[in-house]
Ligand binder design. Structure first.
Ligand SMILES: NC(=O)c1ccc[n+]([C@@H]2O[C@H](COP(=O)([O-])OP(=O)(O)OC[C@H]3O[C@@H](n4cnc5c(N)ncnc54)[C@H](OP(=O)(O)O)[C@@H]3O)[C@@H](O)[C@H]2O)c1
Length: 269
């Protein structure tokens, strides 16, 4: 019988206190594995609704925007854990505002959380991922595939992370590890209330209009990607593919569509 992939694995999840990270926790806790759960509110991460009797949970407080907190988390994990099979680099914030209205503080905070923190964390855990010949799966966004209007800081921070992790993937070709970027579409989570407005205040925006994924659906896709070392840039649906292709085939047409479709998102901010 084929061994269940997740049995006996060590899985690290950043952003496990809410949304997609919390859904990953719920879906993985049914397997006998070790889950290392990180967030600023790690202490509030609840017990999953269904948990295998041999599943071990570690809650580690970590503020990705604070280098010393990230180092503490790396040290904590490195002292107790011998290998990391899957690192879900999932935590992140959005920032809503036009290029010219977003304060520099918001650009910095967004990059600190979405770029510098994850880079430092992945660098720190790379030896443990290498021991396991493991997989680093990043929750990214379709907004990383093109600079989206009203999302300059968010798009830039996530696409910068794409470039850094693509470098890592090539440099690690002989290590046997996987490095993938999953460009998630609109999903029902707290992102539009956990992110920042132009001035650095918490957003209070209603969920995006139109079709949205559930956090559970996204967690399932991330879990499948984690099994595939060949996965690179993963898009879910036509909107992701469209952005990916149109950048090369007709950026002018793409920009007109983004202008029209997202007009309300950037004209009012
Ligand atoms: N929802 C969407 O429509 C959507 C679409 C595309 C991509 N994504 C991506 O999905 C990922 C997960 O977001 P979500 O949608 O699940 O939103 P969410 O419900 O707001 O969850 C975000 C998670 O990130 C953690 N986090 C935020 N800032 C942090 C920091 N400074 N240090 C450590 N952890 C931090 C939060 O934990 P604490 O607050 O406890 O620290 C929380 O667990 C993000 O990377 C986001 O960019 C979401």
């Amino acid at each position: 019988m084929k061994k269940e992939f997740w049995n006996d694995t060590v899985v690290v999840i950043t952003g496990a206190s809410s949304g997609i990270g919390k859904a990953l926790l719920e879906e993985l806790a049914i397997f006998p594995c070790q889950l290392v759960l990180l967030a600023r509110r790690a202490g509030d991460i609840p017990e999953p609704t269904a948990k295998h009797k041999d599943t071990i949970l570690h809650r580690v407080t970590c503020d990705l925007s604070d280098p010393s907190s990230v180092q503490d988390a790396i040290d904590w994990i490195s002292k107790r854990i011998e290998r990391v099979d899957v690192l879900f680099n999932n935590a992140g914030i959005t920032a809503h505002g036009r290029f010219d209205s977003l304060s520099m503080e918001v650009y910095r905070k967004t990059f600190a959380t979405n770029f510098f923190g994850p880079v430092q964390f992945i660098k720190g855990l790379l030896p443990l991922v290498t021991i396991a010949k493991g997989n680093i799966v990043t929750t990214s966004t379709v907004s990383a595939l093109y600079g989206v209007p009203g999302r300059a800081a968010y798009s830039a921070s996530k696409s910068a992370l794409h470039a850094a992790l693509e470098s890592l993937r090539i440099e690690s070709l002989d290590l046997g590890i996987g490095v993938s970027l999953v460009c998630v579409p609109y999903t029902d989570t707290a992102l539009r209330t956990s992110g920042l407005d132009s001035f650095g205040n918490l957003l209070t925006e209603a969920p995006a209009k139109g079709k949205r994924k559930s956090a559970k659906e996204v967690a399932h896709v991330l879990m499948e990607v984690a099994k595939d070392k060949e996965a690179r840039l993963v898009t879910f649906n036509l909107s992701g593919k469209f952005l990916e292709w149109m950048r090369f085939f007709s950026p002018k047409f793409l920009e007109k569509i983004l202008y029209k479709k997202l007009y309300d998102d950037f004209k009012t901010h």
